[in-house]
Design a protein around this ligand. Structure first.
Ligand SMILES: Nc1ncnc2c1ncn2[C@@H]1O[C@H](COP(=O)(O)OP(=O)(O)O)[C@@H](O)[C@H]1O
Ligand SMILES: [Mg+2]
Length: 253
């Protein structure tokens, strides 16, 4: 995106996304605890095939824990997680990546002493699905990264680091991308670039579960939404049923 081009952001609800078709991700009756402290209570959530589901909610309600459980970094006490028709609840994280789930954690971890390019190459080489052109394809989506390929990842701005984190996830050629608060602490002009990249991914058919507190950004991209409060889903549905007043109530501290 250049300054001359008006930002063509937010694909919005996509008429081609079939909410009545089988979802790509289906979480059912999930219960998750850290030791004796339960933080997720009977959560069920679907991500439509080729669509974007936005998960919202205040700090500390369990959004990141839910994503970590979907990728296998936390084990649920009960409930199930399916990717397509496959039950992946008991699979190791590595196998979930192989099955097509990519995860961009909150905080955008990368190897700080490796350059931007090396960070992408390490992931590409570890991924059975990545061909020789995959880094090039991913860089097409992030022109800003192409200019800083030789810079160590520890010396990036917040926006650059977020773009690198998403790029690293894409190098594994996922079917489903989990994004945890990609706009957190990022300046507004770069937020638009990130929104643009997510809208493009969605247009290209990638299914996305986006955790986001920035409601305008989220609702421009989402086909469906869900709101969590203290470990439970308390509102949700197709984006056209979204009620901003109720949302503000649920998000206020
Ligand atoms: N590793 C952990 N060990 C113990 N408690 C945790 C851990 N991670 C998060 N929690 C607690 O679980 C709850 C949900 O946290 P989290 O999933 O990070 O919420 P959110 O992403 O919605 O801000 C919070 O009360 C948090 O303090
Ligand atoms: Mg979080």
């Amino acid at each position: 995106m250049t300054v001359e081009d008006p930002p063509q952001v937010g694909a919005g609800p996509d008429p081609d996304v079939r909410l009545d078709a089988p979802p790509i991700l289906s979480v059912k009756d999930l219960e998750v605890a850290y030791g004796p402290t339960q933080v997720i209570f009977g959560v069920s959530l679907d991500v439509p095939e080729g669509g974007l589901c936005c998960l919202m909610g205040r700090n500390g309600v369990g959004k990141s824990t839910l994503l970590q459980t979907i990728v296998g970094l936390q084990q649920p006490k009960a409930g199930s997680i399916s990717l397509g028709s496959e039950d992946i609840t008991k699979r190791a994280p590595y196998n979930r990546t192989k099955a097509g789930i990519a995860y961009v954690p909150q905080g955008r971890e990368a190897f700080p002493y490796l350059t931007v390019f090396e960070n992408l190459r390490v992931v590409a080489e570890a991924s059975a699905k990545s061909g020789p052109d995959v880094i090039e394809e991913v860089l097409e989506r992030f022109p800003r990264l192409r200019k800083i390929l030789g810079r160590p990842a520890g010396f990036l701005s917040g926006g650059e680091a977020q773009q690198l984190a998403i790029a690293r996830a894409l190098v594994t050629c996922p079917r489903l991308l989990l994004l945890d608060e990609p706009t957190e602490g990022i300046q507004p002009s770069i937020i638009l670039e990130i929104e643009d990249a997510i809208a493009d991914l969605k247009r290209d058919g990638l299914s996305i579960l986006l955790v986001e507190q920035y409601v305008d950004f989220a609702m421009r991209l989402a086909d469906t939404y869900a709101v969590m409060d203290v470990g439970r889903i308390v509102a949700g549905g197709p984006t056209d049923t979204f009620d901003r007043g109720r949302m503000q109530q649920l998000m206020s501290v």
